[in-house]
Design a protein around this ligand. Structure first.
Ligand code: GAR
Length: 212
């Protein structure tokens, strides 16, 4: 990350890391480069996750931090280790990019109002796992991608940005998820840039574009 970049992102992911790729690309020569912003650190709960390999290839600091004894969340020691690593990297915004653990309590207090997530549906429809499969199972004709602030619930925080994605009759889970990924890669860097520019304000349970 360029030493002069003032807006520092800490990216957490468990899988492929394509959203990280879109964000780091935007930091290099897209919307985020104009701020400027940079990815200060990538952390993963999965030791061999492709997102860590992508981070190494992009020359971004990264680490595997074991999640501890629980299946769906971090245990107390792991939570403290994630908070410490993000603080050491001096991140301004925590960016969840396919991080498959629920973050609560201490973590959200440490980064209050500074944790965002991307979800592969038009929330509040289809929260939780494999939202693209939920959409196919439900037979919807349109689904999409959502960027939202993270709160204590599951995929329930204030919505920042959404893009619709059409569902085709012959879609498979893979083809639909790929199309949703395309939407995610467009809206996530733009939403992060809007937050960094101070343009996003909370109103009710959602957000509005704030006058600057
Ligand atoms: C993305 O589709 C993201 O929305 C989803 O995981 C995928 C990660 O892809 N996240 C969730 O379902 C969280 N509830 P990536 O690793 O290629 O960015």
């Amino acid at each position: 990350m360029a030493g002069s970049a003032p807006f520092r992102l800490g990216v957490l992911g468990s899988g492929e890391g394509s959203n990280f790729g879109a964000i780091v690309g935007s930091c290099q020569d897209g919307t985020l480069s104009k701020l400027p912003a940079g990815v200060a650190v990538v952390l993963s709960d999965v030791e061999d996750a492709a997102i860590l390999q992508r981070a190494r290839e992009a020359d971004v600091d990264c680490a595997h931090i074991a999640p501890g004894k629980f299946r769906t969340k971090l245990d107390e020691a792991a939570e403290a280790a994630y908070i410490e690593a993000l603080n050491v990297a001096k991140v301004d915004l925590v960016v969840l990019a396919g991080f498959m653990r629920i973050l609560k309590g201490e973590f959200l207090r440490a980064f209050e109002g500074r944790v965002v997530n991307v979800h592969p549906s038009l929330l509040p429809a289809f929260p939780g796992l494999e939202a693209w499969k939920q959409a196919l199972d439900h037979g919807v004709k349109v689904t999409g991608a959502t960027v939202h602030f993270v709160d204590q619930g599951v995929d329930s925080g204030a919505i920042i940005a959404q893009e619709t994605v059409p569902v085709s009759d012959d879609d498979t889970p893979e083809t639909l998820h790929e199309r949703i990924h395309g939407a995610e890669h467009r809206i996530y860097p733009e939403a992060i840039a809007a937050i960094a520019r101070g343009e996003i304000a909370l109103r009710g349970r959602g957000t509005i574009k704030a006058a600057r």
